[in-house]
Design a binder for this molecule. Structure first.
Ligand code: NAI
Length: 427
């Protein structure tokens, strides 16, 4: 009897999770006009019929709409997370209920379970991979090289993944073509700048219930993400300090009016630290030693190695959960340094994290969707290696978005086009 009721309760829970996951997806879908426009096209054309797509992405409502679009366009899809903490289990359950989708994504997995799920996804024998951080491409090359011959290509979502792919390509080790989706304007200028800026700041504020006004916020790394974070933190009346290692980026931050200084100095003045460099060991022992009591430490870069948590743990006399999503490391002298989301991507891995705003991800995933189609339609055009997203595809995604938002814009006249293409006109 008790066993029967336990099973019934579990089935009810699973059904409730699927329903909730679907509700989240439906809400996101209402605000994703680019994916909706592509859906109409792909449902009619079935461009992915016969394709098998292996994906490692942050499995939450917006990504789920991309996954479902690919499946509804004819593909068989297997998906898992690209971060142990960013999966929404209800969304994963809703996806898994689709007849052509298997989701292995689960929140809170350990390293072993994380890589087991990537291997399980690869059991689909993919013809296309879609990655966020390059873990899938790495697993193909390291553990399943026999899959390479049948892979048409892949798509990579984030800066860190593209860095890793380019390094692999330079070593001559990348054996199939991959689109650097991250680098294309319709992704980078919106997702990295606005998406990371808005969602990281919103998550830190919601997780801590603290204000930005009057705080000194140290942004480590003034790339596309750092630029957005700095602008939006300043817009909420924070004093922004930038740390950089690249002289032109440091100068750009200086000319924008932010204080630029080495981390060793910033450590002494900051109230909130946000790393977004894609590098490692950006905040280390020497910096912890000079920080003020009560500082917040958050990472918005891809991997959890920007803040040296092992060194912080060595320094700490005590560690405890100060609030959900906030761990205090208390030092011998009583100072408390608060780490958010275990040092993982704060906008995706903290307990209340929702990731980027929906509209921004519609653009990024619109680019992903047209790139997957390009790999199917024109596979022969791409050699192994990293490829830019074709400009006409990037522009097409922008045009769909502008049309959806009712924004009209000018077109070149024939005379202007001729002038712009000519070297003969001078004074
Ligand atoms: P980017 O390459 O445009 O900028 C990174 C900047 O950090 C560069 O200017 C570089 O000079 C600087 N930098 C490197 N090492 C540094 C150090 N030790 N100290 C100070 N500055 C340093 O990259 P982008 O697009 O801004 O991405 C940064 C990271 O954020 C990547 O890991 C990327 O994958 C991740 N990302 C995270 C997102 C999120 O949702 N949280 C969204 C998009 C990207």
């Amino acid at each position: 009897m008790s066993t029967y009721s336990t099973i019934t309760e579990q089935l009810d829970d699973a059904e409730a999770a699927r329903t909730e996951g679907r509700r989240k997806m439906d809400w996101a879908r209402q605000h994703m006009p680019i994916l909706e426009a592509l859906r109409e096209e792909y449902e009619a054309d079935q461009p992915f019929a016969g394709q098998r797509i292996a994906m490692a992405m942050h499995v939450e409502a917006k990504t789920a709409n991309l996954v479902e679009l690919l499946a509804d366009g004819g593909a068989e899809v297997a998906v898992t997370g690209c971060n142990p903490l960013s999966t929404h289990d209800d969304v994963s359950a809703a996806l898994d209920a689709h007849e052509r989708i298997t989701s292995y994504a689960k929140r809170g997995v350990d390293d072993e379970e994380y890589y087991e799920a990537i291997h399980a996804v690869l059991d689909i024998s993919p013809t296309i991979t879609v990655d966020d951080g390059m873990d899938m491409v790495a697993a193909v090359h390291e553990d399943y090289p026999e899959l390479i011959d049948s892979l048409l290509g892949g798509c990579e979502e984030t800066t860190t993944g593209v860095h890793r792919l380019r390094a692999m390509d330079e070593d001559g080790a990348l054996e199939y073509p991959v689109f650097a989706v991250n680098d294309t304007p319709m992704k980078r200028l919106f997702d990295n700048v606005h998406g990371t800026g808005e969602s990281a700041l919103a998550n830190i504020a919601m997780t801590t219930n603290l204000s930005w006004a009057g705080k000194t916020v140290v942004i480590a790394g003034y790339g596309d993400c750092g630029r957005g974070l700095a602008k939006k933190a300043a817009g909420q009346n924070a004093n922004v300090v930038v740390t950089e290692v690249e002289p032109r980026r440091a100068l750009e931050a200086h000319m924008e009016g932010y204080d630029v200084m080495p981390m060793a100095e910033a450590a002494e003045v900051g109230d909130v630290f946000i790393t977004v460099t894609g590098n490692r060991d950006v905040i280390t022992k020497e910096h912890f030693e000079s920080m003020k009591d009560g500082v917040l430490l958050a990472n918005a870069g891809h991997f959890d190695i920007e803040v040296d948590l092992a060194a912080l743990d060595d320094l700490a006399a005590d560690r405890y959960e100060a609030r959900e999503g906030v761990e205090a490391f208390e030092l011998d002298d009583g100072r408390r340094l608060n780490v958010l989301a275990e040092g993982r991507l704060v906008n995706l891995a903290s307990p209340i994290a929702l990731g980027h705003p929906v509209e921004v991800m519609d653009q990024s995933f619109g680019v992903q969707a047209v790139c997957v189609r390009e790999l199917v339609d024109n596979a022969d055009a791409y050699e192994p290696g990293v490829h830019d997203v074709p400009d006409e595809l990037d522009k097409r995604v922008a045009e769909i978005k502008l049309a959806a938002d009712g924004v009209e814009f000018d077109a070149l006249t024939d005379e202007q086009r001729e002038y712009m293409g000519s070297w003969e006109h001078g004074t």
